[in-house]
Each structure stands twice: as C-alpha cells, then as structure tokens.
Ligand binder design. Sequence first.
Ligand code: F6P
Length: 336
Amino acid sequence: MTKNIAILTSGGDAPGMNAAIRAIVIAGNHFQYKVFGFYHGYNGLINNELKPLKIKDVEGVIHRGGTLLKSARCKEMRNKTGITQAVNVLLKNKIDALIVIGGDGSFNGLLAIQAQWQGQVIGIPGTIDNDIDGTDFTIGFSTAVDTALSAIDKIRDTADAFERVFLVELMGRKSGQITFNVGISCAAEKVLSFENFNVQQEQETLAQIAEQIKTAKQEKHRSFLIVIAENLWPNGSEALAKKLTEITGIDCTLCTLGYIQRGGSPVAKDRILATKMGVSAVQAISESKSNIMIGEQNNTICFIPLSQAVQHNKTVNPFLVDAQDNILALSKQTDA
Ligand code: F6P
C-alpha cells in the first residue's frame, strides 16, 4: 500500500539533519511511498508549506550542516488552535505518516498531534544537546563536540602563549553533555557543569577556582581553561569571569562559543547515525508503527515511546563525571 509521508525539522538545527532527510527520501522511494517536506518546522505545517521531496532534491546534501527544510521554534504549537490547524493540514494533504526531526520540544508537538490524529507519528532525535532519553546519541552532538573542541584547541594556543586564563562557555541548554565531553577532550583545567556544580556551594567553588588560577599562573606559569555550561552560573558566565578577575587580580576572559556549535559539516558519526535513523523511520512506517522515537542504544536501533523520550532522565555518563572530578581534575593531579 502506498503512503504519503511528510517530514519536518524543528527547533535548533543540528548537523546531520540533512543526512536524515536524505535517508528518509531514498528509503521512502524504496517502499514506493510519496515523500513530502513541510518547510520552516511546525510553522510550515500550520501554514501548509508543503513540497514533494524527490531523490534529486537530496543529492549533495549529506555533508551540509543546517537543514534544507529550514527550522523554527513555533509558539502556536503550544495552544489548541495551532495543534488543530496542524492536524487539519495533515488531513487536507492526506498525509499518512509524519516524521519530525528535532529535540524534546519538537516531540511534545508530535505528541499533541498524535492525540488528535489517526496517522503515524515518528520522532528522530536531532539536537546538538544530546538530552533525549532512550538514545545514546542524538544527531548533531558528535559534530558539535568536535567543532567546540577544534575552536578550544586554538584558544589553548593563544592561552599558552600568554599564560592566560579563559572561560569558554558551551551550549547544551540545561544539559552538560557537550560541556563534559569537550572538557575532557581539551584537558580543561576546570569543567563546570550541572553534574558537578551545586549552587549552594557557589562561594566555595569560586574560592577554589581562584586559588587554582593563582597557582597555575604564579607558580607553574601555565594557561588555565575553564569550560562552563551555558545557563549554569548564577547571573551568567560573564559574572563568573568578572568575579574571578576581581579575586585573583588576573584577567579572566570569557569566550562564548555560541552558534558555531550548531553549524558545519556533520562528522561521519552523525552522518551514519542520521542515515540509520532515517532508514529505520521509514521501515517503522512500513510496519505500521507509530508514536515512537527512533533511538540507538549500544549501536543497535531501537524504538522508544515518544512520551519516554521527553522525560529528561538522561545523565552524563557517570564514569566520565567521576573520572573528571576525582582523578583528572587539576586539584587531584600529583606525580607519584
Ligand atoms: O537546543 C539547541 C540549542 O543550541 C541549545 O544548546 C541552546 O541553548 C539553544 O538551542 C539556543 O536556542 P535559540 O537558537 O532559540 O537561541
């Protein structure tokens, strides 16, 4: 039986979204389905911005960051009118299955649609934050980590040359996945993230870092990199940089990496993950599955109920956190 499949990308774009769209289009054709794209995320669904997607439309996109379908955040999907309008557009276009590539906000939209619509709904986790439950990795995370790392390696060069102190703020919204993985990879002198910072201990943490900075600069003549998660420090990372400068009398400069982390050509790991998830989403549609997110655990594709994917139970690998805080941290480093 032929089916009409529609795809949309929503929320923060992530490198590898195009690779997923490509895989869906090719797999859809394999099953003789008609594939369409809604442009501009849920806004495009509500406003019926629908176009057919042919194999020629996805040629030469696998290596491109961003999303050829464009993306957006959509306030209308938070109210009943917007959801009803979205469902009406799906009915009007005789769509049988909707695939949404995005993060938790996008999946909540999909859950709201599913409550009012008989068609199949499938989520594919695409966000640099890697904060979706039920999948080891989300599409875009590995690229974001590599992008941040290559930027920080450059910051390290100039930091070393001047024996300077830099704070580098990383994205992740409320998740420390990027911060911890990048912090370990760049051998940061301090990793400050949700997993190891308690706001009750703000003053203690401040005093400890200030002490470490002084020792690094005055005794060891070395650079000092603090990798810090966005939305972590009370009043922001700039406030922390100022406070440290004040206490130590040493310039502590904030460098916010920001949107550079969302762009760029996806690394192989993200292209492969996106391709597997895209193909698997279409296979799931052919098997009449619905209301699921395509995940990957231990290198094996799995299907997770959408409602479970948005629970926010995912934690940074405890081994990583423990190793960083108790063995690798500057304060723990000693020659035997
Ligand atoms: O979810 C991806 C992400 O880049 C987060 O890391 C960040 O907090 C947020 O999006 C920024 O969102 P916006 O693009 O709406 O400013």
